[in-house]
Design a protein around this ligand. Structure first.
Ligand code: FMN
Length: 158
């Protein structure tokens, strides 16, 4: 299993670590070539600009041997209603084929927004399984809910 995630302020990373702590697998953090601004207002503005222009920010992360994974977790914060654009770069660059994708996201109220539909468009042959969402402020305390979700997916025994 591959647990791939993007996280700027750590909320999504916390969920990724909770998943990894229970089921193991390979954990990879998606990084961009040009880091996002530390200043929050500048970040919000840049993220919106990237989305409006349908940008594909360059990514610095390589995923060796994607074909060896059966299940790919993809984690991200909701940015302006969907995934941050570097996830679009990633899912266009790598062909996940008919593998299973399990999305997870943190947000401040919008849950998955349009992101599941966007994943379906980017990965038309993939099997998109039940995802997990949590408010960013609750991410650090989400382990119990993460466990219940992993059990529903059949990835964690009672
Ligand atoms: C650029 C930007 C845009 C955001 N847009 C939304 C949004 O549309 N809906 C929402 O519920 N939360 C939005 N948020 C809040 C984040 O999704 C939330 O804080 C998340 O937990 C951050 O995850 P991270 O710590 O892994 O980066 C946005 C945050 C940023 C920085």
């Amino acid at each position: 299993m591959l647990i791939l995630y993007f996280s700027r302020s750590g909320n999504t990373r916390a969920v990724a670590e909770q998943i990894h702590g229970r089921i193991g697998g390979q954990m990879i953090e998606l990084k961009t070539v040009v880091p996002y601004p530390a200043d929050y207002d500048a970040l919000v503005e840049q993220a919106q600009r990237e989305q409006k222009s349908n940008a594909r920010p360059r990514i610095a992360t390589e995923i060796p041997n994607l074909e060896k994974y059966d299940i790919i977790f993809i984690g991200f914060p909701n940015w302006w209603g969907t995934m941050p654009m570097p996830l679009f770069t990633l899912l266009e660059k790598y062909d996940v084929g008919n593998r299973s994708i399990i999305p997870f996201c943190t947000h401040e109220g919008s849950r998955f927004g349009r992101s599941r539909r966007d994943i379906e468009t980017l990965c038309p042959r993939a099997r998109l399984l039940e995802g997990f969402e949590a408010r960013g402020s609750r991410a650090a305390g989400a382990q119990e809910n993460v466990d219940a979700w992993l059990r529903r997916l059949g990835l964690l025994n009672a």
